[in-house]
Structures are given as C-alpha cells and as structure tokens.
Design a protein around this ligand. Structure first.
Ligand SMILES: [Zn+2]
Length: 69
C-alpha cells in the first residue's frame, strides 16, 4: 500500500471535533494543532516547546490546589 495517497483527507467535508476547553476555539478535523485528553476535553496544542498551549495552561491550573473551592 506504500505510495497510495489517502484521498479522504482532501474532502471538503470538515467536521468540527470540539472546542478548546480553555479558549473555546473550534477544533476542526482537517486542522492539526489540538489534542484530546483522557477526560475527552479538547485543547489547542502547538507541539512546540517554546509555545505555551492551552493544554499547558490547563495542566498548570490542575497542579495548583484550589483551596477556596
Ligand atoms: Zn485553546
């Protein structure tokens, strides 16, 4: 199967997979740059070490104990 290109990826059908849990940006099936965590929450993720993604922000929030909740 090597050399056979996937054609479905060129389809005009774009599925909205979800919204970023942090910034509410729509995350589309034809665009990268986002991830889903184990809680089925969606986050922007640039996959670059020097860029703080929404997922990084979410993790930071989780690590800090919220005592006034
Ligand atoms: Zn985001």
């Amino acid at each position: 199967m090597v050399g056979k290109k996937k054609t479905w990826n060129k389809s005009k059908t774009t599925i909205k997979c979800g919204e970023c849990h942090i910034c509410n940006k729509p995350l589309m099936s034809n665009e990268g740059g986002w991830i889903v965590n184990a809680e089925k929450k969606y986050f922007c993720e640039a996959h670059k070490k020097d860029i703080k993604s929404c997922f990084d922000k979410y993790l930071e929030k989780k690590i800090i104990p919220l005592t006034d909740w």
